[in-house]
Write a protein that binds this ligand. Structure first.
Ligand SMILES: CC(=O)N[C@H](C=O)[C@@H](O)[C@H](O)[C@H](O)COP(=O)(O)O
Length: 224
């Protein structure tokens, strides 16, 4: 499994996601997005749902970070919230399973440590999607294999920025022994270069590559 980390080190991971309310919602299209990302030089793919991942596995042979987004009435957590979503991801070959590792309460009061154990029991790596420095430190203590800044700006108590939290990425990379993946709001190649200057182990770019509605809106904004 360390082999997987070697493949990701220093590289670009492309997130290929389109939820039911998005125009590109389709496993076929996500498979093609992943192929395009590979042709462009991506070293890994992040993808949402068992169906999309099974399709992506047919089109590329890159390491996959799998997630399932699902809303529950009793929690704010929606990225791989419970054992049920991990079970679905175990039905794919995804090498890494990412889950919300914020300090918020999980649905059914499930415990993060049980979820990490379940992932490791099935020989997959566990990635912690965090929003703050403290959450990343806690994730390292819990035995996660990777920590990431995915949820920075998406919890009410984290820094609300319209760009990556470069200072946070630098502090995490300096302080933690666990690999730090920079993820969230990397909008340009310059942002990407900067997260690596801050010490990131690897980086995930999503919307700026795979959500044309976001890309179009950024261009249109330049006209205003
Ligand atoms: C907050 C949340 O739900 N983030 C999701 C996590 O999987 C995705 O919607 C993002 O696209 C992904 O994190 C990559 O980020 P960006 O699209 O900003 O490059």
């Amino acid at each position: 499994m360390n082999n997987v980390l070697d493949k990701l080190k220093g590289g670009l991971i492309v997130s290929c996601q389109a939820l039911a309310n998005e125009p590109l919602h389709s496993s076929f299209i996500m498979g093609r997005m992943a192929l395009a990302a590979k042709q462009g030089g991506a070293v890994g793919i992040r993808a949402q749902s068992q169906e999309d991942i099974l399709e992506i596995e047919k089109t590329v042979d890159l390491p996959i970070i799998g997630i399932v987004k699902r809303n529950y009435p009793d929690s704010e957590i929606y990225i791989t919230p419970t054992k049920k979503e991990i079970e679905e991801l175990l039905g794919t070959r995804c090498e890494i399973i990412a889950l919300d590792a914020t300090s918020r309460q999980r649905p059914n009061d499930e415990k993060m440590s049980d979820l990490v154990k379940m992932i490791h029991d099935h020989q997959r790596l566990a990635m912690a999607d965090c929003s703050t420095y403290e959450e990343c430190v806690n994730a390292q203590k819990l035995g996660f294999d990777i920590v990431s800044t995915t949820l920075t700006g998406y919890t009410p108590y984290s820094h609300q920025l319209d760009h990556p939290d470069f200072a946070l990425i630098k502090k995490l990379s300096d302080d933690l022994s666990t690999p730090v993946i920079a993820e969230g709001k990397i909008h340009t190649p310059e942002d990407l270069a900067k997260v690596f200057d801050c010490g990131a182990f690897a980086a995930v770019v999503g919307g700026a590559i795979t959500r044309p509605q976001e890309i179009t809106a950024r261009f249109v904004k330049a006209l205003q």
